[in-house]
Structure formats: C-alpha cells, structure tokens
Design a protein around this ligand. Structure first.
Ligand SMILES: [Zn+2]
Ligand SMILES: [Zn+2]
Length: 137
C-alpha cells in the first residue's frame, strides 16, 4: 500500500480532494495503522503531532474521504463507526475478547439478488482471536 506523502497526495487529487496537511495526516495515519480506528482514535493519535487539529476537522475530513471513496466506513462496532483505508472488498474478523478488528480475505463473494442496487457489502466474522482463544481454552 501507499506509504509516502506523494502517493497520498495523488490519491486525494485523483478523488478531487485538495490535499491539505490535515487530510494527508489522516490518510497517512489510516495507511500506517491498519486497526480500523474510530474518529476518536485518529484524533487522539494526531493531536500530538498536530496540536491545532480539532475533532471537527477529523470528522469532516473522514466524512469527505468516505464520500469520495478514499476510505471505507465499517459498521461493525455498535457504538462507533470504524474507518478502513482498504476500499477493496474484504471480510473482517472481530474478536469478542480483546475487541481487535482485522482483515480477512473474502472467499466465495456473496451476490445480491437481481434488481437490487447494492451500495455496500460487509462480511463479519465474530469470535476469538488466536491470543484470546488460548486464554479462554
Ligand atoms: Zn482477542
Ligand atoms: Zn478492513
């Protein structure tokens, strides 16, 4: 995946988004932290480096990025929207022990019925990750 600033800048430009410092910072955080963070997670991580960045900026930036399909929103967590830089369809695994959410390949992709205009598909496996499975067994 893209790690350097110029690739992120290009991605934003191609999506029609002006690559501001804060937008690049949010994209860079999502690219290097593949943890499906919440907006609050991103805010807490970036405020250290960008003290002038407000929560509103983060929320607005994430809204814009998802509207332009640069990030994907996932509705796994009842209380929080999670954000994913990987916009290619894939499944998610959520550990009910430690709360970690990680990617899994999507096999045998389910298809919507004919005539259904699908805008999103989310596949979620819930259970225990390798670490939590061992603790609980
Ligand atoms: Zn776990
Ligand atoms: Zn993901």
């Amino acid at each position: 995946m893209q790690h350097n600033a110029s690739l992120i800048t290009n991605t934003l430009r191609m999506a029609g988004i002006r690559p501001s410092v804060h937008r690049i910072a949010v994209m860079r955080y999502l690219t290097t932290n593949r943890i499906h963070p919440t907006a609050e997670d991103i805010f807490k991580a970036l405020i250290v480096e960008y003290p002038t960045m407000s929560r509103t900026t983060i929320y607005n930036t994430l809204h814009l990025l998802s509207e332009k399909n640069c990030v994907r929103t996932i509705d796994i967590d009842k209380n929080n929207t999670r954000f994913d830089i990987d916009t290619i369809p894939h499944a998610h695994c959520m550990c009910t022990g430690c709360g970690i959410i990680f990617d899994a390949p999507l096999t045998n992709t389910p298809a919507p019925p004919d005539g259904f205009k699908c805008s999103d598909m989310q596949v979620l496996f819930k259970g225990l990750c390798e670490k939590c499975k061992d603790i609980n067994s």
